[in-house]
Design a protein around this ligand. Structure first.
Ligand SMILES: N[C@@H](CCC[C@H](N)C(=O)O)C(=O)O
Length: 276
């Protein structure tokens, strides 16, 4: 399956019994699937596997809480703890495949269980859990040093609220950042200050490059934008290049709402350019 959430796109690999090893070849299969010329093309892979058949690197999943585990990989084959757009597409797939009915369902991820509210066609909302503000730091984006704040949304983010023209920044090149603060890499967001409850946001994702949208990055950006106004709660509309998402932030948790679509179905089996 191919799907996307605000043009953050994914190959969805149904593998209920855990027969596919995405770590094989140091992630070569993932890179082949995600390659935009030689593969299907995507920002990442969502393997749909039962919680009683988890990947080797995951221990201690409570299979009584969630039946399905989202095994997420970035386009370069690396593992990430969480993917906000991915989990919404994942839930859409579960409904489309008849594995769950419309409703609110738990999905296990490397960052813990996320509850997703989904039907057949409407917007998909995920309870993203708490987004934890960290220290201030800087990123060098396109040669420009930007101030930002670390935000942990299960995965690491550096959200930079800036008055600069977002469209003038080259986000294709990986931004430089403080590797002592982010030893495992970081996703870098650049966004406008909050205005009338909304921001514009672009992102360079760890392991995927610039993407059209990033769900966890959207939550990080919303929390940073509210924080820049001295606020710890609120609703923020986030306009990304790929579409619009709505983030809710209360004292305890955050929510992310937006479209999630499945756009193609196919059979995996043609020779893949492994070794990309
Ligand atoms: N696009 C995702 C985030 C995917 C993981 C990220 N690149 C990382 O390495 O942490 C989202 O929608 O949250």
């Amino acid at each position: 399956m191919k799907g996307h959430g605000t043009e953050n796109d994914f190959v969805v690999l149904p593998d209920p019994d855990g027969e596919i090893d995405l770590a094989d070849g140091d992630g070569a299969l993932v890179r082949a699937l995600c390659h935009r010329r030689r593969g299907i093309g995507a920002d990442g892979v969502l393997r749909v596997v039962r919680t009683d058949a988890p990947p080797a690197d995951v221990a201690g999943i409570d299979a009584s809480e969630a039946t399905w585990f989202m095994d997420y990989r970035n386009a370069d084959g690396s593992i990430a703890e969480m993917c906000g757009n991915g989990v919404r597409v994942f839930a859409r797939y579960l409904v489309d495949a008849g594995l769950v009915g419309p409703g609110t369902h738990p999905v296990a991820t490397r960052a813990g269980t996320r509850w997703v509210t989904v039907d057949h066609t409407g917007p998909v909302t995920v309870d993203m859990g708490a987004a934890v503000l960290g220290p201030a730091s800087t990123a060098v984006v396109d040669g420009v040093e930007l101030e930002g704040v670390a935000v942990d949304v299960g995965n690491p983010h550096l959200a930079c609220v800036t008055l600069r023209d977002l469209d003038a920044l080259d986000l294709a090149r990986p931004p430089a950042f403080d590797t002592s603060l982010f030893p495992h890499g970081v996703n870098v967001e650049v966004l406008t200050p909050l205005r009338d409850g909304a921001v514009r946001l672009r992102v360079h994702e760890r392991g995927s490059g610039e993407t059209r949208s990033c769900g966890t990055g959207t939550v990080a950006g919303a929390v940073a934008a509210l924080g820049a106004e001295g606020r710890g709660t609120g609703a923020v509309t986030v306009h990304t290049p790929g579409g619009t998402l709505v983030v809710g932030v209360d004292g305890a948790t955050t929510t992310l709402t937006g479209p999630a679509e499945l756009v193609a179905r196919g059979t995996w089996g043609a020779p893949l350019a492994i070794g990309v």
